[in-house]
Design a protein around this ligand. Structure first.
Ligand SMILES: [Zn+2]
Ligand SMILES: [Zn+2]
Length: 276
């Protein structure tokens, strides 16, 4: 399969280490025709950055995208939204709330770390260049810079991961509400990396009446077999496919732009659902 579109990557506007321009450059070098920068709970890049001029500079289509932190039955899940209107007021409101919640969450994590003998401050996270929103990866990187842990993985394993002493749950937005929000803004709602949530694809049938339109089939967390199973699930249930590398720039094991994504036919099926 020839990947022409990588629709999942993170920039410095969330927890990626590369600026949007660099993501575009790498995508263009790989020969991709389309990308989507899907920062966590924000569309700052599309609003503040040189979105249209990057499209021209690198001759690449950039599809508006976002990765929303949601909850489904008390379980954290990520929803990808594509092709929505950037002018949508409800979306802007919810993204503002999500940002606020992310900042509160990071403050709570820092409080916990402080009481555990890791005296990290919010200012030390701000060293991370250009970020306007913080998440656990920023905390982990600051812990590494401060010499409290040897690696980002260690920070998660010892402090930040689910069930660890500095863990604070994310997101309060319900998956069903997030799906409605994206669709009402003219976009397509796609469940991100379902293999992280469901060991057996048929369990995901519980999501079918929520209004989901697509599933991220091609993703580095999915083995070949798992990818095939999700592709079949989509075909059986009339869902279109999404896919991308989920590139952050410092992923372990390393990920590269264009390694996962959609072929031309799959991209057209997804784009056919945009009405923003
Ligand atoms: Zn995700
Ligand atoms: Zn992601």
């Amino acid at each position: 399969m020839t990947v022409v579109a990588d629709l999942h990557m993170h920039s410095t506007y969330s927890d990626g280490v590369l600026k949007p321009e660099e993501l575009c450059r790498q995508a263009a070098l790989k020969g991709l025709t389309h990308i989507s920068i899907t920062d966590h709970d924000n569309v700052e890049f599309y609003i503040k950055d040189r979105f249209t001029s990057l499209t021209q500079q690198f001759a690449i289509g950039i599809i508006p995208g976002v990765e929303l932190s949601c909850l489904h039955k008390d379980r954290p899940m990520h929803l990808l939204g594509y092709g929505f209107s950037l002018q949508d007021k409800s979306l802007a409101t919810v993204l503002g709330q999500q940002q606020q919640h992310r900042l509160e969450r990071v403050r709570l994590i820092l409080d916990k770390l402080n009481s555990l003998g890791v005296p990290l401050t919010l200012e030390e996270l701000e060293d991370a260049d250009g970020a306007t929103t913080y998440g656990r990866p920023h905390v982990a990187r600051a812990m590494m810079r401060g010499g409290y842990v040897g690696s980002v993985d260690e920070a998660f394993a010892r402090y930040l991961g689910r069930g660890k002493p500095a863990y604070v749950p994310a997101a309060q937005l319900k998956l069903i509400d997030a799906i409605e929000l994206v669709r009402n803004a003219g976009g397509v709602a796609a469940l991100a990396h379902p293999g992280l949530y469901y060991g057996d694809v048929e369990q995901a049938a519980e999501l079918l009446d929520l209004g989901l339109q697509a599933i991220e089939v091609s993703h580095p967390a999915h083995s070949r077999t798992v990818t095939r199973q999700w592709r079949q699930f989509c075909q059986q249930h009339g869902l279109v496919m999404a896919g991308g590398s989920d590139f952050h720039g410092d992923d372990k094991p390393p990920r590269s732009i264009g390694q996962h994504g959609l072929n031309g036919v799959e991209l057209e099926s997804l784009k056919a659902l945009f009405n923003g």
